[in-house]
Write a protein that binds this ligand. Structure first.
Ligand SMILES: [Zn+2]
Length: 66
């Protein structure tokens, strides 16, 4: 469980300032920026992993053990 005090000491990946140093408005803007970046960069990766799970070759972990 992560408390809000600990979150305050986490570095923001959008602007490299601590989360606790953000204004409420600034934090919203940073989160929006991070989300946009993640969607742009992660889209092709996400589609790739989705295809992996959909593929007939995919078998659940417990069935691969011998
Ligand atoms: Zn930020």
């Amino acid at each position: 469980m992560i408390g809000s005090k600990q979150i305050d000491k986490v570095m923001c990946i959008a602007c490299q300032n601590l989360i606790g140093e953000h204004t409420k408005r600034g934090l919203g803007r940073c989160l929006f920026r991070v989300q946009g970046t993640m969607i742009a960069e992660g889209k092709s990766q996400a589609e790739e992993s989705m295809n992996k799970y959909k593929s007939p070759e995919f078998v659940p972990q417990e069935n691969t053990k011998q």
